[in-house]
Design a protein around this ligand. Sequence first.
Ligand SMILES: NC(=O)c1ccc[n+]([C@@H]2O[C@H](COP(=O)([O-])OP(=O)(O)OC[C@H]3O[C@@H](n4cnc5c(N)ncnc54)[C@H](OP(=O)(O)O)[C@@H]3O)[C@@H](O)[C@H]2O)c1
Length: 325
Amino acid sequence: MGTGTTMRAVRLHAFGEPEVLVYEEVPRPVPGPGEVLVRVHAAGVNPLDWYARQGFPNLPRDRRPPWRPPLVLGSDVSGTVAALGGPDTGWRVGEEVFGLVRFPGLSSGYAEYVVAPAAALARKPASLGHLEAAAVPMAGLTAYQFLHRYLGYAGGGPAVVNGAAGGVGHFALQLLRLARAEEVVAVASGRHEEFLRGLGADRFVDYTRTPVAEAVHDADLLFDTVGGPDAHRLLPALRRGGRVVPVYLGDYRPQRAAELGVVLHEGLWQVRSSGADLAELAALLADGRLRVALDSTYPLPEAAAAHRRAERGHIQGKIVLRVRE
Ligand SMILES: NC(=O)c1ccc[n+]([C@@H]2O[C@H](COP(=O)([O-])OP(=O)(O)OC[C@H]3O[C@@H](n4cnc5c(N)ncnc54)[C@H](OP(=O)(O)O)[C@@H]3O)[C@@H](O)[C@H]2O)c1
């Protein structure tokens, strides 16, 4: 625990391997008008964090956020309101909240305290622990906003979720079911089959054994959290008029998509902080219609170990840092 003006946080002073993440004393942030100070109990870990730790080598230069060390990473938190930046935040000290703190933007959630815009937070459902709540914001909002804000999804024929066992994928699968997709096809490596069927997958494709386009031909929607150079190989899984929703950068070969009559949503849409959208997810989580899975948890000082876990891949659900044990 830091003193009144300081706190403990995980900070990096140079881009690089997980070892650049150092647990140390840093200044405690002070909330301004419209902001609240949150005492963090748990912080979620996202691909954004390990991309940022390395200085975003995976993104074209013009798409890289202008973040420079020293940096405190971490966009997702769950905790309690510790102080208010003004009279009109809508929150009270002591309330349990969670949120995607400030995205797009630098959130600095790998810390004992974080300052969040009041509008980025939602009340944590009482039925959810802080670890589970911290696992939701970025991945849950991505799945929710891509379906309901970006696509305006209102149900339809078979929907394929590629990368279904990951943070975004396991929420997308469940939200598609809730939004009345006729059938949800989960694509993941074989180890995740039982997990994904348990979340409601109607069909399962182990991409390490069967090419997706051999197993599926009639999809209305491809919700692709994987992308990459092989992304175009999934296009034949869609029917003519079917849509691809890319969540990450991928080579979808627009000409090939046109030949197949597949609708490609070009460009990469981005999730954004929204307490209102998170409150929608909170309602689903509160009564168990939506479930959150934890891959693993690590104490805050061991953030480097959490990043090493992420680099091994095959994540099932979310990795979370325990900040207040
Ligand atoms: N556009 C946006 O606003 C936005 C927002 C959030 C995240 N993202 C991006 O979306 C991506 C996914 O994020 P996430 O948090 O869900 O990541 P994650 O938790 O690391 O999950 C990735 C999942 O993909 C699976 N996978 C890996 N290779 C695969 C393949 N070839 N085919 C099918 N599945 C494969 C992995 O397990 P198995 O290989 O064992 O199946 C893992 O479960 C990241 O690149 C992230 O940066 C974008």
